[in-house]
Design a protein around this ligand. Structure first.
Ligand SMILES: NC(=O)c1ccc[n+]([C@@H]2O[C@H](COP(=O)([O-])OP(=O)(O)OC[C@H]3O[C@@H](n4cnc5c(N)ncnc54)[C@H](O)[C@@H]3O)[C@@H](O)[C@H]2O)c1
Ligand SMILES: [Zn+2]
Length: 363
């Protein structure tokens, strides 16, 4: 018989897990593997709350969730142990783990530093690892990963506000670069001003682009323009505003987490414009084809980023002082945070103070 999560590995671990599709999290004792020769073990200090954690905890993406499910893939902390063949970091260094902890390391994608597109890619949680056990994420006291999946955390990046870069950051940085949108002179749209969206604005501005935020919430306008540095703001329901902006954007990063209409967004694109989907609604969207043909436009996708690019993104963020705007919360607040995330009531990322608040919730 398979061993229990608490007994399958030698190292004790504690975190919060969802037990079923209610998505409700509660304290959970489990275990982590012994430190292999290429492994890095670290004490988790902060972990961001990504909307994907909510999709996964509630099993909104069919077939992905394995319970008990410990979410968390914006994980930062301090190294406590390294394997004998690890040169990348030493005990005491600040490190991070994002969405991935494994891949095949032999396919074309892995050989091109595109681990996130490897068909055998292993997610940080709710995926079967090489050893046959389920991966558990960063809503937990300790983390371990092969050094390839651990990034060095730049000294001048704050751990709490920097943590969300490990998913939200790379998920928008990578497509901006790949689709040729990370350039001065480009006019970029960002749809959905949440965790991903607000860092997309910051990266696009740092690349020198002009940025228009497209949102359902007029209440975010002042903040987007004055605080996040966007150049203009469109309320997606406002037909007149949307009409006036037709054909103005080179590309759009669409971070919307729910089903929505693509037609008005395609209309905003210039000829050859690219609508890049990074949000992952649980149901398919309708794709209007004619507006794509007329203008040779494209709808594309992008999933997180490879490990080399994740390190590059973090170093870029450190150089340009890009962090997330975070609301730091204690562990026991996480279910309330999930409820608020559903309502879009967060500016702009919850980050759990694991280091100071998790231990107190141990039964
Ligand atoms: N592609 C990837 O690799 C990747 C990585 C991380 C997250 N994601 C996905 O991206 C999405 C966004 O993640 P996040 O953490 O930024 O979430 P978030 O909740 O912080 O932000 C989502 C934004 O979408 C807006 N929104 C929600 N429903 C909407 C609707 N019907 N119409 C218009 N706007 C709407 C919200 O107001 C919010 O501003 C999620 O679906 C998440 O799973 C994808
Ligand atoms: Zn994420």
């Amino acid at each position: 018989m398979a061993k229990s999560p608490e007994e399958e590995h030698p190292e004790k671990a504690f975190g919060w897990a969802a037990r079923d599709s209610s998505g409700l999290l509660s304290p959970f004792k489990f275990s982590r593997r012994a430190t292999g020769e290429k492994d890095i073990r670290f004490k988790v200090l902060y972990c961001g709350v990504c909307h994907s954690d909510l999709h996964m905890a509630k099993s909104e993406w069919e077939g992905f969730s394995i319970y008990p499910l410990v979410p968390g893939h914006e994980i930062v902390g301090v190294v406590t142990e390294v394997g004998s063949k690890v040169n990348k970091v030493k005990v005491g260094d600040k490190v991070g783990v994002g969405c991935l902890v494994g891949a095949c390391h032999s396919c074309d994608d892995c050989n091109s530093d595109l681990e996130s597109y490897c068909t055998k890619m292993i997610l940080t949680y709710s995926t079967i690892y090489h050893d046959g056990t389920v991966t558990y994420g960063g809503y937990s006291d300790t983390m371990i990963a092969d050094e390839r999946y651990v990034v060095r955390f730049p000294e001048n990046l704050p751990l709490d506000a920097g943590a969300p870069l490990l998913c939200a950051g790379i998920t928008v940085y990578s497509p901006l670069k790949y689709y040729g949108l990370a350039e001065a002179g480009k006019h970029i749209g960002v749809v959905g001003l949440g965790g991903l969206g607000h860092v997309a604005v910051k990266f696009a501005k740092a690349f020198g682009a002009k940025v228009t935020v497209i949102s359902t919430s007029p209440s975010k306008k002042d903040e987007a323009l004055e605080h996040l540095g966007a150049d203009s703001f469109l309320v997606s329901r406002d037909q007149e505003e949307m009409q006036a902006a037709q054909g103005t954007l080179h590309g759009i990063i669409d971070t919307t987490s729910a089903v929505h209409s693509l037609l008005p967004l395609i209309g905003l694109l210039k000829t050859h414009g690219k609508l890049v989907m990074v949000g992952a609604p649980e149901k398919p969207l309708e794709l209007p084809v004619f507006p794509l043909l007329l203008g040779r436009k494209m709808v594309a996708g992008s999933a997180t980023g490879g490990m080399k690019e994740t390190q590059e993104m973090l170093d870029f963020a450190a150089k340009h002082n890009i962090t997330a705007d975070v609301e730091v919360i204690p562990m026991e607040y996480v279910n309330t945070a999930f409820e608020r995330l559903v309502k879009g009531d967060v500016r702009y990322r919850f980050v759990i103070d694991i280091g100071n608040t998790l231990a107190a919730t141990k039964p």
